[in-house]
Design a protein around this ligand. Structure first.
Ligand SMILES: Nc1ncnc2c1ncn2[C@@H]1O[C@H](COP(=O)(O)OP(=O)(O)O)[C@@H](O)[C@H]1O
Ligand SMILES: O=C(CO)[C@@H](O)[C@H](O)COP(=O)(O)O
Length: 625
């Protein structure tokens, strides 16, 4: 059993999310900036969940009152790690991978077991369920869950003496698996999506994104054609976020207005399903049938969807009027974890790497994503998402550790040392060649390319790019890969976000104002310093103090806002007035540095050219280490 619970007191601390080991007992440890031990037993609490790729996390936020001085501070967290805590499902990093097409999927039963487990862990830790006034949650995006005809009945009549998994598996589902966002088996379906509206730019204009393997529309199309009978017998299709919400509500929850944009089916500006795309997915079963399966989309991101299911009331003593606020995707929920201003950016260094900006602009393009903002009409979320984020960096880390015979599993020390051992872009002397690379152990989204590792030397004065095929004095594989993977991942973010940011003042080049890091990788200060060097950030690079848990925190904030807001009070206002910056974020990097920002700017063209070359030479040999 794994549990990491932190009760806040008024002492500095650093939590370590870096361990993959489980600790059997609830641990309490001192933390920063929160000093009211009574709050857990007396004040109203808001619970936020995150059902992400590798784990299920929960955190709860005490809100003392509606007064200005009220604090929204994390009091506790619990987590379940699928690989460690749910071993019987045999998943690796939370998923199964199989078949010729490398399908990636997760067992729905495992998620229910994890939910049973996390509730027990919250109880063991002394959570006063009776004080929980609201619940919200976040889910990994794009995954779909297929409910049976029995589902509504099962959800509504759960017996409190039995677990969720015992009662819902298998009868509530028509299919035991949820296709995962890392799945890349739908190229054919994506081509049909792009064609359906006349090309990828047209599709991006309407739905916020061109067709992507992981997006739910292409995934459902593949599902219907591969499992026609199962599709027919499916009563409803949920996203991971609305699946989790359904369990709390005790009936199937609507899809949320932001998460729906990860399906390639929703007309963002029109505010409705796109009929030709629905027709493509529905086939002979018909649009009406698909509409019923998908249900209504909830446009109201503020008010609660209903009260908590009686199963939670009877089994855990939640109050009967505990409200279930809308649930959303993990990325939209992450932008709710702080009062984000225009020009502020969040980089989530989780299993995936994502780059998020909240913006009033809607400038769709095939190379990135736009979503509706989860709480605030008129705002949008700009997103870049890379499949090869944390896991690709881990692979380089493991090769370095192996080459040095390091026994300590998962240690980042040598990786960090390797990053610091060369100058920018792998140079040790200014006469050395500039190193650039693409490290994709999984098929990548940005750009859409097969798995492989490609290394190049780049000369900005001649524009020449020469592929590096083996280790040499200039490029020591795997050691030099540590710096190059991080720099190259960041250059890709800079290249693609440069038109979305503007100059914070007339004397500076366009760049984000602040960069907030969240997710597991935000614990790494070496990475944080490169973030500032490559991407800038005129006010610096910050880490959310709950860096590993930002989307669960965003969900808890949303639950609090949904219940406590005054009439017309926007989410940003509600959080902004209660948010204690000094307690919530920590400055971990200086951000913008004139000289490095300029140096990295000079290689953007080469980086773009390298990607073009890799797409061109896609079928030639690449070095896979
Ligand atoms: N000290 C560290 N340095 C770099 N990366 C780290 C560090 N600690 C954790 N990570 C990365 O964080 C990832 C998990 O991030 P997390 O946000 O918890 O995952 P999820 O995507 O499941 O929400 C791991 O895959 C690992 O690569
Ligand atoms: O596919 C995307 C976003 O489009 C991913 O960001 C998923 O939402 C999974 O997130 P993590 O589990 O890595 O946090």
């Amino acid at each position: 059993m794994s549990m990491a619970v932190v009760v806040f007191e008024n002492v500095q601390y650093k939590r370590n999310f870096n361990t993959r080991k489980s600790s059997a007992k609830a641990e309490t440890s001192p933390s920063r900036g929160f000093n009211d031990p009574g709050a857990m037993s007396s004040g109203p609490l808001y619970l936020g969940f995150d059902l992400s790729t590798q784990q299920l996390k929960g955190s709860y936020v005490p809100v003392y009152a509606v007064a200005i001085t009220s604090k929204l501070a994390v009091a506790c967290e619990a987590r379940v790690e699928f690989d460690v805590d749910c071993p019987k499902y045999g998943v690796e990093k939370g998923v199964h991978v199989s078949g010729e097409k490398r399908e990636v999927y997760a067992p729905v039963a495992m998620w229910l077991e994890a939910l049973d487990l996390i509730l027990e862990r919250l109880r063991e830790n002394g959570l006063q369920f009776g004080n929980v006034k609201g619940v919200s949650g976040a889910g990994q995006q794009h995954g779909s869950v297929y409910w049976s005809q029995e589902a509504e009945n099962r959800l509504g009549t759960l017996d409190p003496s039995k677990t969720l998994r015992e009662q819902l598996v298998p009868d509530a589902f028509s299919h035991p698996w949820s296709p995962n966002w890392q799945d890349a088996s739908t190229q054919g379906e994506c081509d049909r999506f792009d064609e359906c509206l006349g090309g990828e730019e047209e599709l991006a204009k309407i739905t916020g994104s061109k067709a992507h393997h992981r997006f739910t529309g292409p995934q459902i199309l593949r599902f219907r054609e591969k499992h026609p009978e199962v599709y027919k017998s499916t009563s409803r299709i949920s996203l991971v976020s609305s699946f989790l919400a359904s369990v709390f509500l005790g009936s199937i929850a609507p899809i949320d207005i932001s998460d729906v944009c990860g399906m390639n089916l929703w007309d963002i500006e029109g505010g409705h399903w796109n009929e030709p795309l629905l027709a493509l997915v529905a086939g002979r079963e018909g649009i009406g049938d698909l509409r019923r399966k998908l249900g209504d989309v909830r446009k109201d991101g503020e008010s609660a969807m209903g009260s908590i299911s009686t199963w939670f009331v009877s089994r855990y003593s939640f109050p009967g009027d505990c409200q279930i606020a809308p649930f959303t995707g993990d990325n939209p929920s992450t932008i709710l974890s702080l009062p984000l201003r225009p020009l502020d950016a969040i980089i989530s260094l989780g299993t995936s790497t994502t780059f998020l900006i909240s913006t009033p602009k809607y400038i769709p393009h095939s190379s990135y994503h736009f979503f509706n903002h989860p709480t605030t009409p008129g705002l949008h979320m700009f997103m870049l998402c890379y499949k090869n984020g944390g896991l690709a960096r881990e692979r380089v880390r493991d090769s370095i550790n192996k080459s040095l015979n390091i026994k300590e599993e998962g240690s980042w020390d040598e990786f960090d040392r390797a990053v610091r051992s060369s100058l920018y872009l792998g140079m040790r002397r200014s006469s050395d060649p500039i190193h650039l690379g693409l490290y994709f152990p999984l098929p990548e989204i940005v750009p859409n390319v097969r798995p492989g590792t490609w290394r190049f030397y780049y000369n900005p004065s001649t524009g020449s790019l020469n592929e590096v095929k083996e280790s040499s004095g200039y490029w020591q594989i795997p050691r030099d890969d540590a710096r190059i993977i991080v720099e190259s991942q960041l250059l890709s973010l800079r290249l693609r976000s440069q038109n979305l940011v503007h100059a914070p003042n007339p004397d500076l080049p366009p760049q984000p104002r602040r960069i907030y890091l969240v997710g597991g990788g935000s614990l790494n200060l070496t990475i944080a310093s490169l973030v500032g060097d490559v991407l800038g950030g005129v006010e610096g690079v910050y880490r959310l103090d709950v860096g590993g848990n930002a989307c669960a925190l965003g969900a808890a904030y949303r639950a609090a806002w949904s219940r406590e807001r005054t009439t017309g009070e926007r989410f940003e206002e509600f959080i902004g007035t209660r948010w204690q910056e000094r307690e919530a974020v920590e400055k971990i990097g200086d951000g913008y540095n004139t000289s490095t920002f300029g140096e990295y700017g000079n290689v953007l063209k080469g980086f773009e050219e390298m990607e073009r070359k890799v797409l061109e030479i896609d079928d030639t040999t690449s070095i896979i280490d």
